[in-house]
Design a protein around this ligand. Sequence first.
Ligand code: ZN
Length: 668
Amino acid sequence: MTLNLDTFINMMHPITLAGDDFKYFVDQFEDIRILKYKLPGFELLTLQQKQFIYYLSQAALSGRDILWDQNFRFNINIRKTLETILEYYSGDRSSDEYKAFLVYSKRVLFSNGIHHHYSNDKLKPGFTESYFSSLINGTGQHNLPLSNGQTKDELISILSPIIFNKKLFGRKVEQRAGADIVAESAINLYENVNQKEVEAFYSGEIDPKDPHPISLGLNSKVAKKNGKIVEEVYKSGGLYGTPIDQIIMWLEKAIIVAESDMQRKEIHLLIDFYRSGDLKIWDDFNVFWAKDNEPEVDYNNGFIETYSDPLGMKATWEAIVNYTDLEATKRTRIITANAQWFEDNSPIQPQYKKEKVTGVAAKVINIAMLGGDCYPVSPLGINLPNANWIRKEVGSKSVTLANIIDAYDITSQGNGFLEEFAADQSEVDRIKKYGSISDALHTDLHECVGHASGKLREGTDPKALKNYASSLEEARADLFALYYMMDKKLLELGLLPDEDAAKASYDAYIRNGLLTQIVRIKPDKDIEEAHMRNRSAISHWVYDKGRAENVVEVFKKEGKSYIRINDYYKLRNLFGELLREIQRVKSEGDYEGGKSIIENYGVKVDPRLHVEILERYDKLNLAPYTGFVNPMLLPVYDTNGEISDVKVEYVNDYLGQMLYYGKNYSFL
Ligand code: ZN
């Protein structure tokens, strides 16, 4: 599972790091902005760790074409055509049509294909078909994908309808009710087959009694060839064999400098999997990978997430490389070391406290390279492996991508969002000063002790809260964090600089829950997503219960709504009260009690307020989607040809990086 931006909505407030003059912004076009991320502490890693990261990074970049081809079978030819025009077109590059072509190219490169990465709709070019022909005719042959003596005219006649005809391959993934979601989706995980044929092909393949079932069909394409349905497996010598061989080559180098025998064994299994395509070996690999939860350098590389398959079976290729954020991990260690203190002192009823609580050591990492389906749009958190039986029997690794989240947070400063929605300058200043640390601490408390706290009454069905379970569970963890944020224990432990930092976190939480998070909700819609429901429920509950004493105030200034917290200590007590109640609901399995909190406070949006907030948000003109350029990792060689260091070079040219990858990592 990857956690996307929706999960981190409360992090949408700006933050500054003192003395930080790193320029995150790289490019902006259409609905997209491009940032770069920083590699904090990379230079402090050992030479062996840097080499390990370097080889894994090369492996992460080598599978790029796999994803492009998976997304749509004409994507690579279209990309090669765009790349050749971008590099060699000899005509006027200052015309409006050329500029429109440039924007279209950037969008295609961003989406890893011609369909929008989020909406799945085919991207609409802002230039004409005849202009497209003139671009190709104004460009030498060079790297144009002309096969077997094909002429430029023939290439144009193939690509033009694919790019310009709205109806042809209009949706990457079609989920419309009544549609044949396989046959009508342009995604290239299936070819010439329909939903029924695929389902029949796989039916009966998994024994429902098998306690360790493989992830059937995860790494293959199903196609009809000469009237026969076949499965083409992604492996060395099979489908995508060439890029897979490149990945294997880099993984073999990585093995030599891996951090432990465990990691070496694990990478061997990954290579075996890429060689054989055997999903049993994929599970073996994941078992080792999940067990090995202490490496400082870690990675994901493979066919992992199935979000793009209309049938939720086949995975797209993705890769990341990361290293532990030692500073942040120090913080989470202090919290887990004091987990029992937090439990003993929490406001929940004594009979629902754990006598012995062990905090969860959630790991904070920094990304060193994004590849495949994680590039250029990065996840913010990752929880893998996906196979349910491995999660249950062995466990999973949960990580937060610190440097990616920092880039989001820091760049939202100065975009006007905070200035628009904060009540006054002192609130803005406080968030700018403390937002970063209080945000991180909230997340740590939520993850390390919040979810781990409390116990069920004997005999309570753990599934009793049903569809409200995840909203209530997130609320419980959030409330645990909010309650302790204002505790002097945090100052004693050196986790917070002063009480103003806690106030900043309360301001941000309530402002988001009462006002700003609904910018992500379409007019007339309810709040559906569990984290958003939780934040809305907490904020509206404390607002309502504190109304008599005006603890939290919603007021209008020049027709615009704002919030103000009049008593932070009373607000803290209200958080404690609700925590106690939600713990009771969970411990006793009180479905009706849980339902009433979520339904009364978490779901509905005030329509008048909604219109106002959306209008204010629209005026800010913020690009809704963000992607990243990777840094360049440059090995330094000594006189013996051995790597003696790896340097980080930050990249400021989005298109330049895309063209560089096209030249150096294209293996299909
Ligand atoms: Zn949570």
